[in-house]
Design a protein around this ligand. Structure first.
Ligand code: DX5
Ligand code: ZN
Length: 216
């Protein structure tokens, strides 16, 4: 068993020149969270957005902002993103020297804390963090870009992590999620589906979100 299914459209695939409308449209289409990909050009081979953009997004979203930090030394950026209006903040286990300290900072700032694993990182690397975090995010592509192919080996990892964290905590997946892979990851134990291109490249956002929900 897992908590209820949630759909988190990733704005990385949206039209950045119309960000406010793009957010309204997916919320109206049934989005549960808005997934915000933060990349620094160091941890990831791409650069996206920072706290001022999150602060603008906050005014357009009545649903939680799920901020995924793909940055080195996330410690320094927890407060700016929390102040900007993030509701959930996740960071990579590969990028933090003192992950419990970062989790503490996220919680002290009043946000839910999540730990993220790259595809090549073992579930064992978060073994001592599962009590401390509110949720886990399994990358099903290597971080950096939208539109990449789902890595099937991640299904085994999702199953192992669901067993580690128990039935109550959210287990999010990110990368290459469409109506086919959604069914596979939910079957494996995930319950929060991030989807960028599948939703934003479709002609009908509501239909795309509904087709992801139909996987349960
Ligand atoms: C990848 C990002 C993802 C990305 C997913 O580094 O973390 O959130 O936007 O995009 P799709 O759904 O297109 O794979
Ligand atoms: Zn992401």
């Amino acid at each position: 068993m897992a908590p209820p299914l949630k759909i988190a459209p990733s704005i990385l695939a949206s039209d950045f020149s119309r960000l406010g409308e793009e957010i309204h449209d997916v919320i109206r289409a049934g989005a549960d969270w808005i997934h915000v990909d933060v990349m620094d050009g160091h941890f990831t081979p791409n650069i996206t957005i920072g706290p001022p953009v999150v602060a603008s997004l906050r005014k357009h979203s009545e649903v939680p902002l799920d901020v995924h930090l793909m940055i080195t030394d996330p410690d320094f950026y927890v407060k700016p993103f929390a102040d900007a209006g993030a509701d959930l903040i996740s960071f990579h286990v590969e990028a933090a020297y003192h992950p419990h300290r970062v989790i503490g900072k996220i919680k002290d700032a009043g946000c839910k804390a999540g730990i993220v694993l790259n595809p090549g990182t073992s579930q064992e690397d978060i073994d001592y963090l599962t009590e401390a975090v509110d949720f886990v995010l399994v990358m099903t592509v290597n971080p950096g870009f939208g539109g990449q192919a789902f890595i099937p080996d991640m299904l085994r990892k999702i199953t192992k992590i669901r067993a580690m964290i128990g039935p109550e905590k959210d287990l999010e997946v990110d990368g290459g999620i469409d109506d086919v892979t959604a069914a596979q990851v939910v079957q494996a134990g995930a319950n929060v589906l991030v989807a960028g291109s599948y939703i934003y490249r479709s002609d009908d956002y509501a239909e795309a979100i509904t087709s992801l929900r139909a996987t349960v």
